[in-house]
Design a protein around this ligand. Structure first.
Ligand SMILES: [Zn+2]
Length: 191
């Protein structure tokens, strides 16, 4: 890895490899190299949410499509074509309900992410990442004195912040080590 890292910043050494090319997780995520290699995504503090503008756009789109169904039903009534009337009405109702569902789901997701943000931020900021071996660890030694994989770290942060349902299945299935390891050395399966 070519990224320049101030050795021993914080005077911290990696519990995984003993190296000193260690940065905080926020600094690691801000690095362009991490963005390119998608390490920033693997260490993301929180799930992405739909912006208010996008929710507005989805609302307009949904209502326009609902109006198309409504227009079809109206034409059916005008021209006495029952198929148009029924088809258009069903379409309009389904599209309207679908739109309502999408909008409320997006609003609910934004609320969940906002509610857990301070908890996620505190955990995310207290961790460091080793450029040498890719391990993530908590320099304070709590809740684990040994290194984690980025996936284990994300699962821990997101679960604690209430974002567990938003984890990728791949990350959700990752096992977290016990907080008090029975053997010294801890996990060594970081990829
Ligand atoms: Zn290391």
């Amino acid at each position: 890895m070519e990224s320049e890292v101030a050795p021993g910043a914080w005077g911290t050494t990696c519990p995984g490899c003993g190296g000193s090319a260690v940065r905080t997780v926020p600094d690691t995520c801000a690095d362009q190299e991490s963005v390119r290699s998608r390490l920033s995504d693997r260490l993301a503090r929180q799930p992405g949410v739909t912006s208010r503008f996008d929710t507005f756009t989805h609302t307009v789109e949904g209502l326009l499509l609902t109006a198309v169904g409504g227009a079809l039903a109206y034409e059916g009534i005008q021209k006495d074509k029952q198929l148009y009337t029924i088809g258009g009405s069903v379409l309009a109702v389904l599209l309207f309900l679908g739109t309502i569902y999408v909008i409320f789901d997006e609003i609910r997701e934004r609320r969940v992410v906002a509610a857990g943000e301070s908890r996620a931020d505190a955990l995310w900021r207290s961790a460091s990442c080793c450029s040498g071996c890719g391990a993530v660890f908590f320099p304070a030694g709590s809740p684990w004195p040994h290194p984690l994989t980025p996936e284990q770290f994300q699962k821990y942060v997101w679960t604690e912040a209430g974002y567990g349902k938003r984890l990728d299945k791949r990350v959700r299935d990752v096992a977290l080590p016990p907080a008090h390891p029975s053997r010294p050395g801890g996990v060594s399966d970081h990829a």
